[in-house]
Ligand binder design. Structure first.
Ligand SMILES: [Zn+2]
Ligand SMILES: [Zn+2]
Length: 104
């Protein structure tokens, strides 16, 4: 039985069962939502994009000297900006690294 909601709830179901939300096969790593294989594949993809000067998030042309494109930089900046405001920290401070497993 595969109703219309099958695909939309698939990730949530995998997560609930402790399975990788990407492939649904292997069990995910502790505290993560994807398995080691998917993590390594993603890592290789990101490294390949980085090496080619592409946005590590979406694969479009990255901004010079950056790892992300303008759209993704803006996306992360807004996320960090709101997070920083909530923590009462200065938003001008550069956040060292993006959340690696934040792709939902
Ligand atoms: Zn997987
Ligand atoms: Zn991008």
């Amino acid at each position: 039985m595969r109703g219309p909601a099958y695909h939309s709830s698939r990730r949530a179901e995998f997560k609930r069962q402790g399975l990788c939300v990407r492939c649904g096969k292997s069990s995910c790593r502790q505290g993560k939502t994807d398995c080691k294989d998917c993590h390594q594949r993603e890592r290789r993809l990101v490294e390949g994009r980085e090496a080619n000067g592409l946005c590590v998030r979406c694969g479009k042309d990255a901004q010079p000297g950056r790892r992300k494109c303008a759209a993704c930089l803006e996306y992360y900046r807004q996320r960090y900006h709101s997070a920083c405001e909530r923590n009462g920290k200065s938003s001008s401070r550069r956040v060292p690294r993006g959340p690696q497993e934040s792709v939902r």
